[in-house]
Design a protein around this ligand. Sequence first.
Ligand code: NAD
Length: 362
Amino acid sequence: MRATMRLHALARRATSGTVPANRSNNVAFIGLGRMGYEMATNLWKKKFTDNNSGELIVCDARQEVAMRFVEETSGKNASFVKTPREAVLSAGTIITMLPSSPHVLSVYEGFSEGIIPALKELSAEEAQKTLCIDSTTCHVSTSQELSQILGEVQVNIVDAPVSGGVSGAKAGTLSFLVGGPENSFALAVPFLNLMGKRVIHCGPSGSGLAAKICNNMVLGVQQAVVAEAMLLGQRLGLDPKVLARVINSSTGRCWASEVNNPVKDAVEVPEGQAGPPAQRKYEGGFAASLMLKACDRLFVLVSPLAKVTFKDMGLATGSGKILNVPLPLGKKAEEVYAEMLKTKPELANRDFSSVYKYLEEL
Ligand code: NAD
């Protein structure tokens, strides 16, 4: 009973199609996962704590998470809604941070509760004031198709996937790789600057995602090879701390060896910092399953646009196949992660640096 009362107190009222006069000042954030929660927190801290002219409205399929977010802000200029439709009716800027293409399509199209049907409920003038920013890492074609649909009703949309991981999301130091027309990019920059420190315009719709999947193919290969090297070194008798120090001051140095080293205690963790996920049994970080694929058959069935459900490595190798680009290392690394998730499904939600654990136990 008490929980229900609390829910009602934190939930946004006026969700029956009424559009608030200050809709343009409000921002909605949909998808409060590992990344989204931190990004929304920065957005709220930097935009809504000293300002009473707008509100941050959050939404997640796990309602309890959205509720926790609002509780943590003490409800100051923050509330939650239950559906993307309510988010659109309440806010002029909609940011989405979801697992992959099927989730993005579901949130945008979603029968009567999605973003696109909700935009149609608004007057043309109100709808055209809307800016959509999708930060999900998904298929380039998903973003291009959505941009075409929204373009027809003159709604701005950019793809703005991120690089920098959960630590970057928390510190507000993400890099945003943005695709979309110049005018939409210009509208998105002030919001992205509140959650990151670099915003790069990569070209037309889908370009941010194209850049992102190329980067993540490099990352996937590097994380796997760093795990191999750390394992080999130890089997050759090296202390992992010494090996990490050598790699990190030599030509093998990369984010995977330095920031996300897969061996517990191999790198020194500055006081007050959490260190790599290896320090916490690979909890947090970038889920291994997100490196490979996020397949949700239900979404694929209900959405005519849901064609590809692969995640980062699969998005890259899939594009390579379509475009006839040879990706021998990318494909090999994809196979390593696929084998890892098959033999050790319990690692699916752990950081992808747990590929080390998989190799160690082979
Ligand atoms: P996550 O799985 O932790 O979070 C996704 C969130 O979306 C969850 O809270 C889930 O409940 C919510 N969600 C799913 N379907 C929904 C729906 N229909 N309506 C509303 N909410 C819904 O994922 P994450 O790690 O935060 O990653 C999000 C995106 O960012 C992914 O595309 C990922 O590839 C990308 N990314 C992640 C990292 C990382 O280190 N975790 C780094 C860079 C980019």
